[in-house]
Design a protein around this ligand. Sequence first.
Ligand SMILES: [Zn+2]
Length: 239
Amino acid sequence: MKGFPVWTMVVCLSVVFGISVADALEPTSSVEGLKAEVEGAAERHPGIVMSRGGEYPNTDVGNYVAAIGRHLIEGTGRYDDFVFHFTILRSRSPFAFSIAGGYVYLSVGILSLASCEAEIAAVMAHELGHVLLHHGSKFGEAYLHLKQGTLQEMRAALEEVREEQEREADEFSIKMLVDAGYDPRAQASFYQSLVHFFEIVGHVPPDWRERERVRRLTALAISYPLPGTSAVCSPLNPL
Ligand SMILES: [Zn+2]
């Protein structure tokens, strides 16, 4: 984890409470764009797995997570002919990330923090949001078009792009959870657990941004019709 901002290595969940989320976040280049990103991703995949300590060998866990991923994708009613790859990494540190081309990675550590299937789905939906919205390619474009300035200014510009992408991925993922039949409040409840984890393990008190993320995630989730239960994790596991 050293050398990385904690909240970018783990799942970084934030949303903007807005209207017309589904319409505003339709992927722009659809299936064709995704296919074009696959080749590079396949080449990078083995190196990524090796550099993060290898794949978790329990195939039952891998199959279960892949089934959640498929269920989320099916809920969108799109991308039927596109292959997504879900990989569980051995690491006990809680993190999840994705790369352009449909590869999503979750550590054993982040799975162990989830209280139920809906919270695992929340993490995965966020990462699928990054993939389906082509955030990797767009970040690369933003990097190439950075205006000249001081290093600090350039970093700030990229951070702005990254934060915007986090908000987009969360908005997209809340809708994805709803479409798949999961309680969208799982996004906020899981992020709250993550904040709590770092409070205890890392002795890092949550700053206003983390609190704001939880508030925004909750606000967006409750803008959708919710199941008739107060507990996010109680009965709602579609698989
Ligand atoms: Zn993210």
